[in-house]
Design a protein around this ligand. Structure first.
Ligand SMILES: [Cu+2]
Length: 498
């Protein structure tokens, strides 16, 4: 016989036994007199109710103390945002009132069941109506509700307030998609570029419009990194279904709705490091972070804030996790410097780039920064070979000494650098590859160097600060046997003569 049948047979037997016992009790009651048995049952049930009340209340109080540290706002779960404690206090007030009601009603329920159990000769009193009672049990909850609702509204308005136009804040964007979050920062211009869902492709997951200049410096980091103490406005959008932007440690939670951007404004108040330090005080965070390796770092040291999706959005919902790092202002600035524009790193020059061939303001700016760094390095160098910098974006028309149109930006950079360092003199050195006649190469490189000098002088720099010299093909920096090498050898350099 299978186990299932044995269990079924046992159950049937138990039911039969219970029914039989019931019949015997009934029979015994008939013999002893029914009323007496009823009273005995009442007494016993009343006592059980009383015991249950005591046991239950002890359990409630014990569990509240024992599991306190698992609740928001208690123990290691302090809020890490400016508005967090306000929300936590709302929860505490609500818990206080509902807790009082919970305890009083349970005491009343079980104590009354014991105290007013059916007794011989006692009949229930009949109270058809009592104005005083009705006023009390209407007014008290009304007052409590008013307090909770009004306070709740005040807190709500404060927590949900948008930034004021003149306020200093950072705006970032989070887009929920099945199943990941795309984060977008505005880049140095501080403005998030326009998006259009029709432009979404595998390479352009957010549908950014590359004809909008504001998009060109936007970047998409893997982690959400924010400076401590600075107001952040998160623009929240979704690409497919409902998601929910949830930062539990900051008490931030807002639905991400397709087609309807939402937002949440908050100010982080504790850096990741500070929060870790606080966690280190709790024994539950001193255990090894890897349960299988007792020598691994303690849990508090590996703690990270996180971004989760709080809407059950599909099969891969659980994987919508991102690390959130709150850092000091200096660390934040350093991190910002490392971030690369998504357009420049992933779109520029591809088939999806609508601005191929166009020199963009952001590139001009980038080239200037690069030039300034190189120039400064060359000025402060002590070694002769480090005093040279290449003009990477200066070109001539083929076989001629006429500067290409885009070279003017490089000329501007040189002019600005010479104005910044008025004591510096430079040599403009022209170089060619080894194709063609060496004498002609030499002459061409000399004319090109002169052309650069003339362009600089035309912008107001004293001619005596510049020496133009052609070297022809005498100083190659790479092989002349490949086209690549020859392209490197055709160059213009600036050498610092202090
Ligand atoms: Cu989701």
């Amino acid at each position: 016989m299978s186990n299932g049948l044995i269990i079924l047979a046992s159950l049937i037997l138990i039911i039969i036994v219970v029914v039989q016992i019931g019949k015997i009790t009934e029979l015994a009651a008939r013999i002893r007199g029914e009323e007496e048995v009823q009273l005995e049952t009442n007494r016993r049930s009343g006592l059980f109710m009383l015991m249950f009340l005591i046991g239950f209340m002890v359990f409630v109080v014990w569990s509240a103390i024992e599991y306190k540290n698992y609740c928001f706002g208690y123990g290691p779960h302090e809020a890490a945002s400016a508005h967090g404690p306000e929300l936590d206090s709302m929860f505490n007030w609500t818990l206080f009132f509902t807790g009082v009601v919970f305890i009083l009603t349970h005491i009343a329920l079980f104590w009354f069941a014991y105290k007013y159990q059916g007794k011989k000769g006692v009949i229930a009193s009949f109270i058809p109506h009592d104005n005083k009672l009705e006023i009390i049990w209407t007014a008290v909850p009304a007052v409590v509700m008013c307090f909770l609702v009004i306070r709740g509204l005040v807190v709500w308005n404060d927590v949900m307030a948008d930034v004021k136009p003149d306020e200093d804040f950072i705006e970032v964007e989070a887009t929920g998609a099945q199943f990941l979050w795309y984060l977008r920062y505005p880049g140095p211009d501080g403005v998030l570029g326009e998006r259009n869902y029709k432009l979404i492709t595998g390479r352009n997951p957010l549908g950014q419009d590359w004809n909008d200049d504001a998009n060109l410096d936007d970047f998409q980091p893997t982690d959400l990194v924010l400076p401590v103490g600075k107001k952040v406005r998160v623009r929240i959008t979704a690409r497919d279904v409902l998601h929910s932007f949830f930062l539990p440690h900051f008490r931030v939670k807002m639905d991400a709705v397709p087609g309807m951007p939402t937002y949440f404004v908050f100010t982080p108040t504790k850096t990741t490091e500070e929060y870790r330090k606080e966690l280190s005080k709790y024994p539950e965070y001193q255990v090894p972070s890897d349960p299988n390796d007792p020598n691994s770092e303690p849990l508090w040291k590996t703690f990270n804030y996180e971004l989760a999706c709080a809407e059950l959005c599909g099969k891969g919902h659980f994987s919508m996790r991102k690390i959130v790092r709150i850092v000091t202002e200096d660390e934040y600035q350093a991190w910002l410097k490392e971030q690369q524009s998504y357009y420049l790193s992933s779109i520029r020059g591809t088939d999806e780039d609508p601005r191929k061939g166009e020199l963009l303001p952001i590139e001009i700016e980038q080239r200037k920064v690069e030039f300034d760094t190189d120039f400064e390095k060359a000025v402060s160098a002590t070694d002769a070979k480090d005093k040279v910098l290449q003009l990477k974006h200066l070109f001539f028309e083929s076989g001629s000494d006429k500067l290409s149109d885009q070279s003017r930006y490089e000329i501007d950079n040189i002019v600005a650098a010479l104005q910044k360092y008025p004591q510096v003199r430079i040599e403009v050195a022209g170089h060619t590859d080894n194709t063609g006649d060496p004498a002609e190469n030499l002459a061409l490189s000399q004319r090109r160097a002169e052309a650069v000098k003339a362009a600089i002088v035309a912008k107001g720099i004293d001619a005596s600060r510049i020496v133009a010299k052609g070297y022809g093909d005498t100083q190659p920096i790479d092989t002349n046997d490949t086209e690549e090498g020859r392209a490197k050898n055709r160059r213009t350099e600036v050498r610092i003569i202090q």
